[in-house]
Every structure is written in C-alpha cells, then in structure tokens.
Design a protein around this ligand. Structure first.
Ligand SMILES: NC(=O)c1ccc[n+]([C@@H]2O[C@H](COP(=O)([O-])OP(=O)(O)OC[C@H]3O[C@@H](n4cnc5c(N)ncnc54)[C@H](O)[C@@H]3O)[C@@H](O)[C@H]2O)c1
Length: 431
C-alpha cells in the first residue's frame, strides 16, 4: 500500500472538479479528469489554460492531465492513489459514481466526495467495509485556486491512517488549510455562513423600516465586521439566490429539530418573488444589484430596492463603524447584533456538534469565507462577558460562552498561542 498520494483521479470536470484537478496538476501530480462525455471533460481541461483566469498557475503543467469519459475510461482510476468525486450535487448520482469507484479502484487508494452538504453516511449507505475504511468528504471552496479551506470529514469507519494520508497531501502538497469537520449538515463554513446570510435576509424587512437600506446593510456587514466588501446582499448576488433557495431546502431537512437556523430556511416573501422571477444575481444580469452601461460608456450601479420593488441608483455609504457597533444601542447596533451578533452566538452554540474546538470553526470562516477573524476571535475582540451579559438579557447563553464563564477565564484565546477547549482549559493551537 502506498503511504503517500502521488496521483489523483477527479470524477466530474465542472467548476470544482477542474479546479481540484488543476491544483494537483500544478504540484506535479498525475491527474485523470473524467466526466459524462469527452466534451465535458475537455471543457474542464480547457478552463485550466484559458486566456482569462486559467485554473493552472503553471500552464505547462497541463501535460500532467489526462481526460476521458465515465463510459470508456472509468477502469483507468485503478492507476490513481486518490479518487475525488466532484459530480453534481445529487445523492443518487453520487451514489452511482461511488459504486463504480468501488468496482475499479485499487487497494490502498483513498476516496472522497466534494459535496457541499450531502451527509457522507447517505452517500455511502450500505456500501462495503472496503470502501468505508478509505472514504471521507473533502470540501474545497470556490474558487479552488484561491480559497485556502478544505474541510475534511471522515465517516464512522474511516481509518485514521488513510484519513491522515489525504490530509497531509492536501495541506503539504496542495497547500490548502485542512479543517477537521464532522458529518453534519453543511459542515462548518456553510453551516455558519448560510445562517448569517439567511438570517440577514430575514432581518432585512425590519431593517428597511428602521431606515437601514440594503446599501447600509452591506456597508455594515463588510469592513466593520472584517468581512469581504460584497457585504451580505452582494455576496448572495455572487452565489445566486437559487443556490440559497436550495441551501435552505437542504437545511430544512437536515438541521437538528431545535436548531435556531430552522426559522430562516425559507426565503422571505420579497426574496421569494425575486427567485420566482428568475432575478437570481450576477448570473442573470442582476439580483439585489446590477450594473447598467450608460450611453456615454459610464457604468451605473443600481440596487433593487426590496421595499419599493424598483431599481434605483445605489448609494455609496461611508461607514465609520467598527466591530463594536454590534454592542451599540443604536439602530445600526441592534441590526448588527441581529445579523452578525446572532451568527457569532449561533457558532458558539455549535461545539462540539460541528467541530471539536473553536480553532477549526475560526479557521473555516477565515479560510472559506475570507472573514478577517473567526467567530471566537471576534467574540474575544468584543469582550466575551459583554456578549454573555447581552445573551442573558435576551434568553440563553451559548454553550462555549457558558464554558468560558464557568472556567473563570476571560477570553477564548491567549497571547501565547493557546485556545480554550470544550473542557474549559487552554490547549496549544496546532498548525
Ligand atoms: N460551485 C461551488 O461553489 C461549490 C463549492 C463547494 C462544493 N461544491 C460541490 O462540488 C460538486 C460539483 O459542483 P460544481 O460547482 O463543480 O458543479 P458543475 O455543475 O460545475 O459540475 C458538475 C459536473 O457533474 C457532471 N454531471 C452532470 N450530470 C451528471 C451525471 N448524471 N453523472 C455524472 N456526472 C454528471 C457535469 O457534467 C459537470 O461536469 C457538487 O457536489 C457541489 O455541491 C460546489
């Protein structure tokens, strides 16, 4: 059995598959890229050397990539050390691909699925022990070339040695940041990130009535929070309202019964209308924002005002606030608490459900969503005891904050590189 991975068979040559294949080829690995037909596989290969934004960093590494189709070339996967399934997000299709993987792969190879939210136990249900000991989820983030995060999720029977072999390859060879997640819906990054987005949409109506327009919301939910400049509505335009709709449906089925996120899984009425009309975001020429080309060649940014149901010129907002706005007793403050503060509290309640410790949660949000700080780092900046006080007034205190309070300590992290674990004691942060 190989103790190292040197070659990768990527099954599915779409956005993510081509990205993962390029990542491995760039590092000198032998890569096989398969899809439903040669045309689909070629499209993925061409994206690696495209004139604009090629997926490969070193275009000459295209020589490491061999392509083929599922009908004629599936058995070739027996030459490869890691088989990475990256086909469409459909359980039945992924299961069918997995059955073929098991038929053809060699002993000692490791197998993963790049699903964004389907539980591994569903994909591998009733499959052989031979597969179960070698299988996991590898959840890369889009665009693969840029985003550092790869969440790795083992199954119940996955052997530690096989999982480690893949984790070492992903971190040391592919250069990604591995986060240890669990087989729970949407794993870590999307569980917290989607809560933030869906909760944000649901707070929108009240916010608009309080004079907080979508532009103000985005100005608050970006630099002041240490989040990317798109803010909330701008990010959903990038992702697509259709994706948010499907995410909500998946959450409605798979979230635990008492999860706060269940209140926000359906789109609010205004956003549902946009979804029904196909106004989904950048991919449809506009969602919450659009760019209009004027006759004189200038570009005009417009916002679809959810209150009035009309397009109007988007206002530029100079937002002076910083993270502390979350605890301010102002309309900006109350809104920021409801969207960002509640997301931080949501994250603080999800350990050990979605991750064993706060470090994995913070890394997932920084590496996958480009947040400058993770939820627990933000709580430390705000002052954990101010958050605890606020939570007590509003109802209950999230698990990790309760652990912190009981420990008698004052922060989740220490200046000498330690974090508070679930037992309430400090542990050294590992690389
Ligand atoms: N796009 C993202 O932002 C993102 C991020 C993380 C994870 N993911 C996950 O990665 C996986 C792939 O997503 P993507 O964005 O690359 O999708 P994509 O649509 O770009 O590519 C999917 C590929 O699946 C192939 N396919 C379609 N029908 C098939 C079938 N019946 N049998 C086999 N293959 C079929 C397509 O030819 C296509 O090449 C999904 O599970 C998705 O949830 C996507």
């Amino acid at each position: 059995m190989n103790d190292k991975i040197n070659s990768v068979a990527v099954l599915g040559a779409g956005t993510m598959g081509a990205g993962i294949a390029a990542l491995a080829a760039d590092q000198g690995c032998k890569v096989l890229l398969l899809d439903i037909n040669d045309e689909a596989a070629s499209k993925g290969k061409n994206a690696m050397t495209a004139d604009r934004n090629p997926l490969l960093k070193d275009l000459s590494k295209i020589e490491n990539v061999k392509i083929g189709n599922f009908n004629d070339n599936f058995s070739d996967i027996n030459q490869y050390d890691w088989i990475c399934e990256v086909v469409v997000e459909r359980l039945d299709i992924k299961r069918q691909i997995f059955e073929n993987i098991e038929k053809y792969r060699k002993d000692g190879s490791v197998v993963s699925s790049n699903t964004s939210g389907i539980p591994l136990r569903d994909i591998t249900e009733n499959m052989s022990d031979r597969l179960l000991k070698d299988v996991c989820i590898t959840h890369f983030f889009n665009p693969v070339k840029i985003m550092k995060l790869c969440e790795v999720i083992p199954g119940e029977k996955t052997l530690e040695v096989n999982l480690n072999k893949l984790k070492v390859f992903i971190s040391d060879i592919l250069g990604k940041g591995v986060v240890n997640a669990k087989d729970t819906v949407n794993f870590i990054g999307n569980r917290i990130g989607c809560y933030w987005m869906l909760k944000g949409l649901h707070e929108g109506k009240n916010a608009r009535e309080e004079g907080i327009s979508q532009e103000i919301s985005d100005a608050l939910m970006s630099r002041p929070m240490g989040l990317p400049p798109t803010g909330l509505y701008g990010l959903i335009d990038l992702i697509g309202l259709d994706v948010m709709y499907s995410v909500g449906k998946n959450l409605s089925i798979n979230l635990p019964k008492d999860d706060d996120g269940l209140k926000y899984v359906n789109l609010p009425d205004e956003e549902q209308k946009l979804y029904d009309n196909g106004q989904l975001g950048r991919k449809t020429g506009g969602g919450f924002y659009r760019i209009q080309k004027l006759d004189n060649g200038d570009k005009l940014k417009e916002v679809y005002d959810l209150g009035s149901g009309d397009w109007r010129e988007a206002r530029k907002i100079d937002m002076e606030k910083d993270l502390n706005v979350i605890l301010e007793d102002s309309n900006y403050g109350l809104y920021s608490w409801k969207v960002m503060g509640s997301t931080l509290m949501y994250a603080a309640d999800l350990i050990p459900e979605i991750a064993d410790d706060i470090v994995n949660v913070d890394r997932a949000m920084k590496w996958g969503f480009a947040w400058a700080k993770g939820p627990f780092e933000m709580i430390d900046e705000l002052g954990p005891f101010k958050c605890i006080e606020k939570c007590k007034k509003l109802g209950s205190v999230p698990k990790m904050l309760q652990i912190l309070e009981n420990s008698g300590e004052k922060s989740f992290y220490t200046d000498d590189g330690k974090f508070m674990d679930i037992s309430g004691t400090y542990k050294k942060i590992s690389d």
